[in-house]
Write a protein that binds this ligand. Sequence first.
Ligand code: 5GP
Ligand code: ZN
Length: 113
Amino acid sequence: MSDCIFCQIVDGDIPSRTVYEDDAVLAFLDANPLSPGHTLVIPKAHHERLNDLPAGAAGEVMAAVHALTPAVEAAVDAPATTVAFNNGEAAGQEVPHVHAHIVPRFEDDGGRP
Ligand code: 5GP
Ligand code: ZN
């Protein structure tokens, strides 16, 4: 078994709530959401940082982020989202498998996630 938490989610060894899945990408709900509907989008292949991804795989992740962002907003009736990559440990990346956060935002929700 991989020692990467997100690879274990891809492999079904750790349960998660799938939002979207295709051959290259998995999106699932964050276990410790910053707001309702907080979704993570990952490549199924293990790469640590954004620029470890081949350009084609980065495009697949971004296409999924692009498609899912309005769907996430609609699902929780949010007027906005923060979409972000924590890219490297010093930036707050705790799971070393590249992932985009889609965080629903609401009026007066207290600032940045
Ligand atoms: P990072 O700080 O690396 O950008 O974000 C990692 C995110 O992964 C955090 O928001 C954290 O709540 C989430 N996370 C960590 N472990 C798990 C897990 O086992 N399942 C799910 N669904 N989310 C996780
Ligand atoms: Zn991984």
